[in-house]
Ligand binder design. Structure first.
Ligand code: NAD
Length: 355
């Protein structure tokens, strides 16, 4: 039976383990807050279930607690940043703060960030920007294991390369599009595997390149020692966007692209991220931007709902609904994930409450 946890309890447990794994109090609180927020918004794949992987990465030396973002190059509107293998939740916020200040000052900022550990839910960074009235675009690559097959390919060659676009809507919650370019996020396969569930056809291929619905193929090495792969969303179009994320998030940032065989023992996940920030108040289109954006969203949502749907939504709405629900009802965690979290604490002599 899965268990329900209050967000504040999870924050406290996760922060305690992170502290024991070497993080300062501030860093532990930031990472714990970010992970629990992902659960609250319905993306359990990027929530507290990542903790065991993070502490393994600390132990293997690939994740460096208490690192800060390093400015490699700064022209005012162009920033080249290095995450120094620090917690992505912290490095990402530090980077966004720098980029947002520049966008407010100059009207825009193009920011490359390489060599940071897992940034988690990319939408968090777009939320920071839209809260300040900024438009925010993010193209991200993932250096950990090539879990996604190219369109027309039969094995994994790159990561789940997320793409995210945040657009403020005056007087309303923002448009917040945030997704992996694989048909589903890899972490959702871990959650499905831990819950003993099969996944939808068309999501996965096995280690021989054959279609399968068993999430184990991308979570544990198969009989031949290889993994299967996730498929790209949107066929050749989603695949094209994923390659753009690799080229922009990996090559352009200096963080690097993936081009080597899998090492199943490595737990470190590095992200590269290209961020483009725009301050609409600095463009002569500000008034029409605000009016036209609202008019379009109203027009979209005035349409009839299709069978099986209650209403037309815009990106960001499902997460807001889930957040309100989970705030009240708590966060459900499956047994296997909770056991992994407890075991992660034990590595640092932290006793976690049992379910
Ligand atoms: P998903 O498939 O759940 O898609 C989420 C997006 O679709 C959101 O913007 C959501 O608002 C929108 N959406 C969902 N239903 C909708 C509807 N009915 N109408 C309109 N819009 C709708 O997300 P995912 O691909 O599983 O990604 C989950 C998370 O994983 C994201 O936060 C992403 O940033 C993160 N991620 C991170 C990494 C990394 O390496 N850091 C890698 C991959 C994914």
């Amino acid at each position: 039976m899965p268990t329900h946890h209050r967000a504040e309890d999870l924050r406290s447990h996760v922060a305690t383990v992170l502290r024991a794994a070497g993080s300062s109090q501030k860093e532990a609180a930031t990472v714990a807050e970010n992970l629990v927020e992902a659960n609250l918004r319905g993306h359990d794949s990027h929530g507290v279930g990542m903790l065991p992987r993070y502490v393994e990465a600390v132990l293997e030396g690939g994740l460096k607690p208490n690192s800060n973002v390093n400015i490699r190059m700064d022209t005012g509107t162009l920033l080249n940043l290095d995450g120094q293998r620090g917690y992505g939740q912290v490095i990402g916020e530090q980077s966004m703060q720098l980029g947002m200040d520049r966008a407010k000052q100059h009207g825009s900022c193009i920011m490359t960030l390489g060599n940071t550990h897992h940034l988690g839910r990319i939408g968090h960074f777009a939320e920071m920007a839209v809260a300040q009235g900024l438009v925010s675009l993010h193209f991200v690559n993932v250096l950990s294991r090539p879990v996604v097959a190219p369109f027309g390919g039969a094995d994994g060659r790159y990561g789940t390369n997320p793409c995210c676009i945040g657009i403020p809507l005056v007087g309303r919650p923002p448009f917040l599009l945030d997704f992996a370019t694989s048909r589903v996020a890899q972490g959702k396969m871990r959650v499905a595997y831990n819950e003993g569930q099969q996944v939808s056809p068309g999501t996965l291929i096995d280690e021989h390149g054959r279609p399968t619905t068993d999430p184990a193929v991308v979570v544990v090495p198969q009989s031949n020692g290889l993994f299967g792969a996730l498929m790209a969303f949107g066929e050749h179009k989603g695949y094209g966007l994923a390659v753009a994320c690799e080229l922009l998030g990996g090559a352009l940032t200096g963080g690097g692209t993936w081009h080597k065989p899998t090492d199943p023992g490595v737990r470190t996940v590095l992200n590269g991220m290209l961020t483009i920030l725009i301050d609409p108040t600095k463009l002569a289109t500000q008034v029409s931007f605000e009016e036209e954006a609202l008019a379009f969203v109203d027009w979209l949502q005035a349409g009839p709902a299709a069978p099986g749907f209650d209403a037309v939504q815009i990106a960001g709405e499902p997460e807001r609904v889930t957040r309100a629900q989970r705030d009240m009802e708590g966060i459900q965690i499956d047994n296997a994930t909770w056991r992994e979290i407890v075991a992660a604490g034990k590595k640092f002599n932290v006793e976690m409450p049992h379910q």
